[in-house]
Design a protein around this ligand. Structure first.
Ligand SMILES: [Cu+2]
Length: 81
């Protein structure tokens, strides 16, 4: 099962990019925690978190399971929506 994403697109370098919505982020610590959690997942690179939008963008260099992403985010105390 692959990640049902808010949006998936190819950037200028030809990498597959993904965007997910995350609930519960409120400060810089949250950005750091989410960024670290996502970067540790195999297949995810170049994580960028937008606190105001409650979104995270990243390169998807290999197929990523939604359950893995959900669990990693939940472990930090946030929720993928
Ligand atoms: Cu915070």
């Amino acid at each position: 099962m692959f990640l049902p994403l808010l949006s998936v697109y190819w950037n200028q370098k030809g990498n597959l990019m993904a965007k997910i919505k995350i609930k519960g982020m409120s400060c810089n610590h949250c950005i750091m925690a989410v960024t670290k959690a996502l970067n540790e997942i195999e297949g995810i690179e170049n994580v960028k978190v937008d606190l105001a939008k409650g979104e995270a963008d990243f390169d998807e260099v290999a197929p990523i399971g939604m359950d893995i992403v959900r669990k990693a985010i939940k472990k930090e105390g946030y929720e993928v929506v």
